[in-house]
Design a protein around this ligand. Structure first.
Ligand code: GTQ
Ligand code: FE2
Length: 327
């Protein structure tokens, strides 16, 4: 007979009064599914951010070659998306790039489409290679995808991709899916028509930040450091992820302060080096880098460069947890 049944209603389920030492107290706690909070090996509350996620760098040259090969082996008839996930290289993780976001590379072949679906995670894309007549179809409108463009797909909007050009297109996807998984409200469904029919093309969609528009504005923006300019792309257009375009003049260095925000960087143009935590990496066009919360990081451009910084700063700000290290 279990203790639960022998104890009187209202009394303790086990006899804590009989615990003569901590070990027997812990054994009794196990029986009522409780843990002591005073002798845990790793406290849950600590003085500064402690990350399981690590800074990391992925080369577009690798992703592109892998996707090109996948183009022979993976059809969009059966795969929801032909994409590669940049899972943070920590034990047991096969999805999240950082706590709140996942970064991926995707390829849609010339003449091919990726079927329409919708999901509660917010998404955005940064186009690396695409010829005219490559579109993402968002809620029945064709939105052009050209190199350097940033395209948004908010929560629950139907989206599919149609490459009506002759050239394979490649881009980076960033989604807040790990945050949605963590909090719980994950929903997904496919569109009844496979690829949602489009009623027209909307090159000036508020969901599109065309490279041709933001690059001139970026190079005219004030310097935040010698040779470094930044521009927000549509603050608040997604509730969870912000976008900052960064222009680095040749030989400039961007010493970005530590922040509680998690950040994914996409290299839109140029090449250089970065210091991520205690790692040095050499980056070039199309590469992806991740800087989890509170890791030091700086970028040096060997030639003129444009980076896109995608961050969960809007979430941190909304919760009162956005903190940037003073210097
Ligand atoms: O293109 O809709 O990389 O839903 C991951 C999930 C891309 C997309 C990804 C997605 C998409
Ligand atoms: Fe999607």
């Amino acid at each position: 007979m279990s203790n639960t049944e022998t104890r009187a209603a209202g009394g303790p389920s086990v006899d804590f009064a009989a615990a003569g030492d901590l070990e027997s107290l812990y054994a009794l706690l196990d029986e009522v599914r409780m843990k002591n909070g005073w002798a845990k090996p790793t406290p849950s509350i600590y003085p500064e951010p402690k990350q399981f996620f690590v800074p990391a760098h992925w080369r577009y040259a690798d992703a592109r070659a892998a996707l090109h090969a996948a183009g022979r082996l993976v059809g969009t008839e059966w795969a929801e998306r032909r994409n590669l996930i940049m899972a943070n290289p920590i034990p047991g993780n096969d999805y999240a790039t950082t706590r709140t976001m996942v970064g991926a590379y995707q390829m849609v072949k010339g003449g091919e489409s990726a079927r329409s679906h919708r999901h509660t995670p917010n998404a955005m894309r940064i186009v690396l290679e695409a010829a005219p007549d490559t579109y993402t179809i968002v809620e029945g409108k064709k939105i052009p995808m050209l190199p350097g463009d940033v395209l948004l797909t908010p929560n629950w909007q139907y989206h599919g991709h149609a490459n009506e050009s002759a050239q394979d297109s490649y881009w980076i996807d960033v989604l807040d899916a790990p945050l949605v998984q963590y909090l719980g409200p994950m929903f997904f469904n496919v569109h009844p028509d496979r690829l949602e029919p489009a009623s027209g093309t909307d090159p000036a969609s508020p969901m599109r930040f065309a490279f041709a528009d933001y690059r001139p504005a970026l190079v005219a923006a004030p310097e935040v450091a010698p040779g470094v300019r930044t521009l927000e792309l549509g603050a608040d257009s997604l509730p969870t992820m912000g976008r900052t375009a960064v222009h680095l003049a040749a030989q400039s260095t961007w010493d970005h302060p530590r922040t509680t925000a998690n950040q994914i960087f996409a290299v839109v143009a140029g090449q250089g080096t970065a210091q991520l935590g205690d790692r040095s990496v050499a980056w070039s066009k199309g590469d992806m880098l991740v800087v989890p919360s509170w890791n030091p990081h700086s970028f040096h451009a060997d030639e003129e460069a444009v980076l896109l910084c995608i961050s969960d700063a809007p979430v941190m700000r909304a919760m009162g947890w956005l903190k940037v290290e003073p210097r």
